[in-house]
Design a binder for this molecule. Structure first.
Ligand SMILES: NC(=O)c1ccc[n+]([C@@H]2O[C@H](COP(=O)([O-])OP(=O)(O)OC[C@H]3O[C@@H](n4cnc5c(N)ncnc54)[C@H](O)[C@@H]3O)[C@@H](O)[C@H]2O)c1
Length: 255
């Protein structure tokens, strides 16, 4: 296996102010890339980018807006063009919008948030960055899925819907990008300790992942070592999907 080296590469990471997006940004920079860090949380983003240093360029905005993706693409172009896109911005709409009610009671704004951040955010960024990859005759788009994309969620229903949409999205990107040596894939986590609450989710290994256990896979997938990987979904879940998961009705609807 080749040593991973991103020297001369330009990486764009969404959701870069925290969790896996932050650690992936730190690692891209450590391994030689310039990293454009994208997140809606401008203060946390500036702090994170400052801590990384000259290799990091913060670019704050909301991935629900295509104009923001285009702005990030302009920054990437000014650095030589995007080689790597990692879409981490996301979250379960019930948790992020603090709306813990079943789908059939969710305000439409919460439904829109779930679809727009988790699905359209990745679509917009891929649409904005991919022409640069095609022009450079190479690139990789890595979208963060979730096991919820297989399991479903009766409260944050758009989260799983959007994540399963990404599984198909990367297939389309792989077909469009293949002739230009542009790869696309999903890395799909089970529970990851970017939040302490994830420690309670059952897995075959009996624990949640440390953040680096996902970021190591993301970096591998974005490296030359994964040069034949495209159009595929890579589940990194400690065996969660091997386990039988009885459906637990949302508290509000349980009789
Ligand atoms: N942590 C887990 O257990 C887990 C499990 C499965 C999948 N995932 C997925 O992996 C990805 C990363 O997860 P994490 O736990 O590291 O995330 P996180 O919650 O630590 O970080 C998500 C980041 O996305 C940003 N963000 C949210 N809305 C945004 C918007 N509209 N525009 C721009 N940025 C926005 C947030 O500010 C935050 O910094 C997410 O897509 C998540 O759904 C996480």
């Amino acid at each position: 296996m080749k040593e991973i080296d991103f020297t001369g590469k330009v990486a764009v990471v969404t959701g870069a102010a925290s969790g896996m997006g932050l650690m992936a940004s730190q690692e891209f920079a450590r391994l030689g890339a310039k990293v454009i860090m994208c997140d809606v949380n401008a203060d946390a983003l500036d702090e994170a980018a400052n801590a990384i240093g000259a290799a990091a360029v913060p670019c704050a905005g909301d991935v629900r807006k295509f104009a923001y993706a285009e702005e990030a693409a302009k920054v990437a172009a000014s650095l030589g063009g995007c080689d790597i896109l990692v879409t981490c911005a996301g979250g379960n709409e019930a948790r992020c919008c603090k709306s813990n009610v079943p789908f059939y009671e969710q305000p439409v704004e919460v439904i829109d948030w779930g679809l727009d951040v988790n699905l359209k955010g990745a679509v917009y960024f891929a649409r904005a960055m991919m022409p640069q990859m095609v022009a450079k005759k190479g690139g990789v788009i890595c979208c963060l899925g979730s096991v919820t994309g297989f399991e479903g969620d009766g409260i944050g229903t758009m989260y799983g819907t959007a994540k399963s949409g990404l599984f198909n999205f990367v297939k389309g990107l792989a077909l469009a990008g293949g002739p230009h040596n542009v790869r696309a894939l999903c890395v799909t986590p089970g529970p990851v300790l970017t939040r302490a609450a994830m420690s309670g989710m059952p897995t075959a290994l009996g624990r949640a992942a440390e953040t680096h256990e996902l970021v190591d896979v993301i970096l591998f997938m974005c490296s030359e070592n994964a040069s034949f990987v495209t159009g595929s979904n890579h589940v990194v879940d400690g065996g969660r999907l091997c386990m039988y998961q009885p459906y637990v009705a949302p508290k509000e609807t349980a009789k």
